[in-house]
Design a binder for this molecule. Structure first.
Ligand SMILES: [Zn+2]
Length: 423
């Protein structure tokens, strides 16, 4: 690709309490798709000012990262049930069964990645179904989308419809093949060994997952401590373990590349275990609100060194757009929270949770040019201009007022993956 410079207002996280904001900014992208410069237009080096360029009044910010979502559930959003286990039986398992049909898997995968790029998500960690063939198709469409994708085939060997179950040796063999084909392909794709949760995975399967992930140096993603009924069922299935977290610890699936979805109900002792293993927690607030799982205790993570990410968790979350997850993160707390907290979570915080902070999550020289453009029209900004607003005020408008249709373009590695051409 040809190197270029974009002149635009720039916002980017430095930490959970600090964002840089250049109302009159410039972002330069080199021929490899990496960021060569991100800062004020005034300080742009002359060689970068000489590159091909374009200007926009849209705010340029790091592409959103979705650290937990389900490709195969995209078409069953909005179906309410009384609790998680009933919801899985009534809506999710029947939908996952449909992915055995390759044409259906292809169409849904294509739609899903298109919707993701349109929502401003440039990087995501995704579950597919237990069908290896449908997971292959999903990876083909992920590759075609040009997004940065961590993904894995769902693994279950009990307590779900027979056609979704696999004996551990077969599940591991299929996951190994998928790892060999897709992990680290094109520098954008990664594999995640994906046992669903303690209810639907035997000790044998969980142990095999832990071993495979360690041997292959890949991610593990799973669910934990989402609802009280689920926890009770897991403890009944694993009577030797005093907690859900210890089930996972004893099976060897808590690694520093493990992504644990939810963790709404968790003791301090369990958090100590998770912290010791360096695993990440992925908070999915829309799903917690929708399924009535409870309030994620954000305050329990203060002072801890646990990376806490943010996920849309479609289809328990209704939207792939991380703007909706950010707002839900604030609302589920029952109080207004500083806008940097959710905006950091959906960008650099998630990059840390996914161990991709050296590659993406902020606009810094040397990182991949993964960025989005967001429109902030007069209905939000009113009579103010960008130079009169500070980073906190801009972040607040983004988190609390922008909508999915305000995402105007998404770029990964400097290349356009989606643009709304109706300006
Ligand atoms: Zn989930």
């Amino acid at each position: 690709m040809n190197a270029y410079t974009v002149y635009a207002p720039l916002l980017s996280p430095v930490s959970q309490s600090k964002f840089i904001w250049y109302p009159d900014g410039a972002l330069s992208v080199d021929e490899l798709g990496s960021i060569a410069y991100a800062g004020s237009r005034q300080d742009l080096p002359s060689n970068l000012a000489a590159l091909a360029n374009r200007s926009t009044s849209n705010i340029v910010a790091p592409g959103f990262i979705d650290a937990h979502t389900h490709l195969a559930q995209y078409r069953c959003r909005g179906r309410r049930a009384d609790n998680l286990l009933q919801w899985l039986k009534r809506y999710v398992y029947p939908e996952e069964l449909r992915f055995a049909e390759p044409g259906y898997a292809r169409t849904c995968s294509l739609d899903f990645f298109a919707a993701m790029a349109q929502a401003g998500t440039c990087t995501a960690s995704i579950y597919t179904t237990s069908s290896a063939a449908s997971t292959n198709i999903a990876f083909e469409e992920a590759e075609r989308s040009g997004l940065r994708i961590i993904m894995g085939s769902m693994m279950m060997d009990r307590n779900a419809p027979e056609a979704l179950l696999q004996a551990p040796p077969i599940a591991i063999e299929q996951a190994s093949d998928l790892i060999n084909t897709w992990n680290r392909k094109n520098g954008l794709l990664y594999y995640a060994v994906s046992p669903r949760f303690g209810v639907s995975c035997s000790e044998e399967l969980l142990k095999a997952c832990g071993q495979l992930a360690c041997e292959s140096d890949v991610y593990i993603q799973t669910h934990i401590n989402e609802q009280r009924e689920e926890i009770e069922e897991v403890l009944a299935l694993f009577p030797a373990s005093p907690s859900y977290t210890e089930v996972y610890e004893q099976c060897g699936i808590l690694t520093n590349k493990t992504l644990l979805g939810h963790n709404v109900h968790c003791s301090s002792a369990e958090l100590d275990i998770i912290q010791n293993h360096g695993s990440s927690i992925i908070h999915c607030p829309e799903a917690n609100l929708f399924l009535g799982s409870g309030r994620f205790p954000l305050e329990d993570y203060e002072g801890r060194s646990i990376h806490t990410g943010l996920g849309s968790d479609v289809a328990a979350g209704h939207s792939l757009c991380m703007l909706d997850s950010m707002r839900a993160m604030a609302h589920v707390q029952g109080r207004g929270i500083h806008p940097f907290i959710p905006l950091y979570a959906a960008t650099l915080g998630n990059a840390h949770a996914l161990r991709l902070e050296s590659i993406t999550g902020s606009l810094e020289p040397g990182k991949s040019a993964d960025y989005i453009e967001m429109r902030m029209d007069d209905s939000i900004i009113g009579n103010w201009n960008y130079a009169e607003l500070d980073s906190e005020e801009i972040a607040s408008c983004i988190v609390y007022a922008l909508k999915e249709q305000d995402i105007r373009a998404s770029y990964v590695a400097g290349s356009e993956r989606w643009r709304n051409h109706c300006e």
